[in-house]
Design a protein around this ligand. Sequence first.
Ligand SMILES: CC(C)(COP(=O)(O)OP(=O)(O)OC[C@H]1O[C@@H](n2cnc3c(N)ncnc32)[C@H](O)[C@@H]1OP(=O)(O)O)[C@@H](O)C(=O)NCCC(=O)NCCS
Length: 220
Amino acid sequence: MEKMPYQVGLETIASQPAINALSSSDWQQALPTLRGGQVVLRELRASDAASLFALLTTEEVARFISPPPSTVEGFETFIGWTLRQRAAGSFACFAVTVAGYDTAIGIFQIRALEPGFETAEWGFAIGSDFWGTGVFADGAALVLDFAFGTLGVRRLEARAAVKNGRGNGALQKLGAVQECRLRKSFQKNGEYLDQVLYAMLDADWRGSRAIATAHALRVH
Ligand SMILES: CC(C)(COP(=O)(O)OP(=O)(O)OC[C@H]1O[C@@H](n2cnc3c(N)ncnc32)[C@H](O)[C@@H]1OP(=O)(O)O)[C@@H](O)C(=O)NCCC(=O)NCCS
């Protein structure tokens, strides 16, 4: 996770060969718009750069993630890179918006760790005004359905700095399993931090969806 959601030197790796260049899917042409109870996830646009810059570069948001772009123009470059990587079939990055508003308040991204997306890593960041509001859980459910259902992910990894209480709490709420501690695996402000490696399997996700559906049926 902490190599996500931002990557230093994006443009230098943008020219790498496409992981999935031999096959093409609808999502490679354009990401679908995903609608939840309170959020709408959609493809990023260059015009999202200003709001993402304002919301994701604050100290509390950026504290445990790789340094975000330091200018609006840097976010525009990042957004352009995400679109090219999506077209190449190796990456998907959704803008988080609150239903009824079009402003991007955060991002969810998924990157393939091997050809074909069977193993992937995801990351997320949301403006702190929206923490604890349910926006994360709502958006995460949409992204997990997209990852396991559309991309065909079998194993979805995430990394969270041990000190990142909300990041760990958010992943644990989703049922992500702590697999190990990655010692001194993430450098932030000159300090090497330990991270927790989390993983969710497609079977885990389908099981939790089935339980949720069963509960919903019982209530009615
Ligand atoms: C990660 C992030 C998207 C989660 O969104 P959020 O709205 O804060 O998440 P939620 O409130 O739904 O869930 C966080 C959970 O962690 C819990 N939590 C908060 N501080 C905690 C701590 N120190 N230790 C353990 N759990 C903690 C919260 O209580 C909450 O659980 P609850 O809903 O059962 O009360 C958001 O915090 C964020 O953008 N953080 C900055 C970016 C970042 O760190 N991204 C990488 C994450 S690995």
